[in-house]
Unconditional design. Structure first.
Length: 132
């Protein structure tokens, strides 16, 4: 499946390329240690500088929708668009697709884990049900 790819910029490049090493990296404040996503150069809580930080890739589904409309050519339906909450911090959300399971089996609170799909130089973080 071909997905629409984001524009790369210095503040987000780490997020889109860390999957090449099988890592999910999220921006983190170097002063107060709060995770920030989407990435920002300064922490909105304390104003400290930020840097990429590896996280576990474990999350739970906070919200989702099952899409039946093929919004772009080559996009297989149905597909699931979700907000997953990473275990590292409450309200630390990544917007993503849920893959590798029937859409009808999903539920809020389901444990999921990251996997990566390479397209060009991007490693898109997608999530699938956790293994146990």
């Amino acid at each position: 499946m071909t997905r629409q790819l984001p524009a790369l910029d210095p503040d987000t490049e780490f997020f889109w390329k860390a999957g090449a090493q099988g890592r999910l990296q999220i921006c983190r404040c170097q002063s107060c240690t709060r995770y920030i996503h989407p990435p920002l150069p300064r922490c909105p809580a304390c104003g400290g500088g930020t840097a990429p930080s590896q996280v576990s890739g474990k999350a739970r589904i906070a919200s989702y929708t099952i899409n039946e409309q093929p919004w772009q050519r080559g996009l297989a339906v149905p597909y699931v668009f979700a907000a997953v909450e990473l275990v590292e911090q409450p309200e630390l959300y990544v917007l993503t697709n849920i893959i590798a399971c029937p859409a009808q089996t999903l539920r809020i609170g389901l444990d999921v884990e990251v996997t990566f799909e390479q397209q060009e130089e991007f490693y898109l973080p997608l999530f699938r049900p956790a293994n146990g």
